[in-house]
Design a binder for this molecule. Structure first.
Ligand code: PLP
Length: 351
């Protein structure tokens, strides 16, 4: 009889929210779906693909267009099947068994998952004592003390919605110059402090980007890693050869030809985010249960709420899905109607 090894037994599958909800504000997706003209352009590009051939393993044309959009050089880029895949590839390739991966808490849960999968030791820097803000000096000291070989964090942070300054990020990279620093900028399109255009100037920095949030393309699974040649070559060598499908490459190529459309999407999402923050902040003033509404530099708003589990359930019963973590509720900015609905529902539920 075959018995699963301990490593496989310890795994639990990622469970997205089950059930159907009128309003989905739980996964930080864009509330803007692709318009018809974009769908048609993508459909045409996909219809012309040679389906019997493998895709370009290095997604050269796609990287060229992404690079032009962000003002970086395409030679410093690797495309991934979502940035999620790249996180797994990077931790797998750059961390030896038993070495320490440093994550911060709270942060995106997949970092610790891939570290565990790859037999890394986990060191966790806790942001609770500093109002969920990252203290760069203390992080640097902790990374050295723990002898972490790889430090990975999101900026702006999911789920705190808070950003760390460019200066602090570059200080972390410079002072930990003999360790790899991975900065996940999944939400940077909504915030400030990007180090994307400087990524290739450092030999120990990788910056991650995704098309799943600001660009409203979570369905196609597309992300990028930007880093110097030495790191880029290593990531290319470590990934599976045809990781980004020809259909995704075609869709991504179309997408990055439409700078005005993408900038317009970002503007609309930021407006929605600002309005949702204001509405929830005002609501919080009159509700004793609401301990904090965090300032946001992302496309979601984070609330610290007493009885958050009950609140989460009550929202679900009203057909509204948000993300619940400990005593925090994370609410993605939606359409005007969705924001109004979640605000009204919370007004009814909260004391
Ligand atoms: C959503 C998210 C991702 C996932 O991006 P994909 O490209 O869809 O895999 C990565 N990092 C953070 C911090 C996220 O919130």
């Amino acid at each position: 009889m075959y018995e699963l090894p301990a490593k496989a037994r310890a795994l639990t599958a990622y469970k997205p929210l089950s059930g159907t909800y009128r309003i989905r504000l739980d996964a930080n997706e864009s509330f803007l779906d692709a318009p018809d003209w974009l769908r048609l352009e993508i459909a045409k590009a996909v219809s012309e693909l040679p389906f019997n051939r493998y895709p370009d393993p290095y997604a050269v044309e796609l990287c060229r267009r992404f690079a032009a959009f962000f003002g970086v050089d395409a030679q410093y880029m690797v495309a991934g099947n979502g940035s999620d895949e790249l996180i797994g590839v990077i931790i797998g390739a750059f961390c030896e068994h038993g070495e320490t991966v440093l994550t911060v808490s709270p942060d995106f849960s997949m970092y610790a998952f891939y570290a565990q999968m790859n037999g890394a030791k986990a060191a966790v820097y806790d942001k609770q004592e500093n109002g969920l803000m990252l203290d760069a000096e203390r992080l640097i000291a902790y990374a050295k003390q723990q002898d972490a070989k790889l430090i990975i964090l999101s900026n702006p942070c999911n789920p705190t919605s808070l950003g760390t300054s460019r200066k602090d990020i570059l200080r972390i990279v410079s002072e930990l110059s003999d360790r790899l620093v991975v900065i996940d900028e999944a939400y940077m399109d909504f915030g400030e402090g990007s180090v994307l255009t400087e990524a290739a100037d450092y030999d120990n920095l990788i910056v991650l980007k995704t098309c799943s949030k600001a660009f409203g393309m979570a369905a196609i699974r597309l992300g990028f890693a930007v880093s110097c040649n030495q790191l880029t070559d290593a990531i290319k060598a470590a990934k599976s050869p045809y990781n980004v499908s020809a259909m995704t490459q075609a869709a991504g190529c179309v997408l990055f030809e439409h700078k005005d459309y993408l900038m317009d999407c970002i503007g609309k999402i930021k407006d929605s985010r600002d309005r949702l923050f204001k509405a929830l902040w005002e609501l919080g003033q009159s509700k004793a249960q609401v301990k904090e509404v965090y300032r946001t530099t992302t496309n979601f708003v984070l609330l610290h709420v007493d009885d958050s589990e009950k609140t989460h359930q009550a929202l679900k019963e009203k057909g509204i899905a948000v993300r619940h973590m400990g005593n925090l509720l994370r609410i993605t900015a939606g359409s005007e109607q969705e924001n109004a609905a979640v605000t009204a529902a919370l007004d009814e539920i909260l004391r």
